[in-house]
Design a protein around this ligand. Structure first.
Ligand SMILES: Nc1ncnc2c1ncn2[C@@H]1O[C@H](COP(=O)(O)OP(=O)(O)OP(=O)(O)O)[C@@H](O)[C@H]1O
Length: 212
């Protein structure tokens, strides 16, 4: 088996998650499935390094996931999107690249495919519009593009199709497949069967435990 990229070792978190152990390989789509309240978002936040588990360990490439490493290692599409409303769609997508550039002295390095990515997600025509003047579905695809723009090793995507119709789900799935081809491990929290159907692995949560 390929070396695991993400390891969740005996993780429990407050009263929400209990004794979760997972080993996830690179370049796959892994779905975290389960009913509302089963703990998917909490597990997403632990893997993305937003929080540290109260017990156990989350490792990315053998290193502690918390505090979050840079966006090219682990990116996050949060359920509430967290876009900058005054910035344009393109500026939001390029934000991680800009931040990375500011720290590394090379602005927008690694962001060359942003134009393609915007087109692939149906955002090309609205790239110059402030995010606040776009639809919720467009905002969600903007946040997805932001999560994929640096070709991260791990992209944690919380309900990426929640606001998408069938045609746009197709665009999201195509972008996911492209990211996986480029080597990304996409960890997707969802109860959308259309996403579950393309997953390499499905982890089912019930009341904060892995049941399958
Ligand atoms: N900060 C918190 N403190 C206490 N309980 C919390 C906290 N955040 C979430 N919970 C609870 O933990 C459980 C899991 O929440 P979580 O958001 O991880 O579920 P989910 O599977 O992502 O749900 P959904 O599909 O509705 O987004 C829920 O019962 C929720 O009320």
């Amino acid at each position: 088996m390929t070396e695991p990229l993400v390891e969740v070792r005996d993780v429990s978190h407050a009263t929400v998650l209990h004794e979760i152990t997972l080993s996830l390989a690179p370049a796959t789509v892994t779905v975290l499935a389960g009913r509302s309240g089963s703990g998917k978002s909490t597990l997403c936040h632990l893997i993305a390094g937003v929080m540290r588990p109260t017990e156990g360990q989350v490792l990315i490439g053998g290193k502690d996931a918390h505090p979050a490493p840079d966006w090219a290692t682990v990116s996050l599409l949060p359920q509430r999107l967290a876009l900058e409303p005054e910035l344009t769609v393109a500026e939001n997508v390029l934000l991680p690249a800009g931040v990375r550039g500011a720290f590394r002295g090379s602005a927008f390095r690694g962001a060359a495919p942003a134009g393609d990515l915007l087109d692939r997600l149906g955002l090309g025509a609205i790239a110059a519009r402030p995010a606040r003047d776009t639809s919720l579905g467009e905002q969600q695809r903007t946040a997805l593009a932001r999560a994929l723009v640096l070709n991260p090793a791990v992209a944690v995507l919380d309900e990426p199709t929640a606001h998408q119709d069938d045609d746009h789900v197709h665009l999201v799935l195509t972008a996911l497949a492209e990211a996986v081809r480029a080597g990304t491990l996409a960890i997707v929290a969802t109860h959308d069967q259309r996403v579950i159907d393309v997953a390499g692995e499905v982890v089912r949560l019930r009341s904060g435990r892995v049941v399958e």
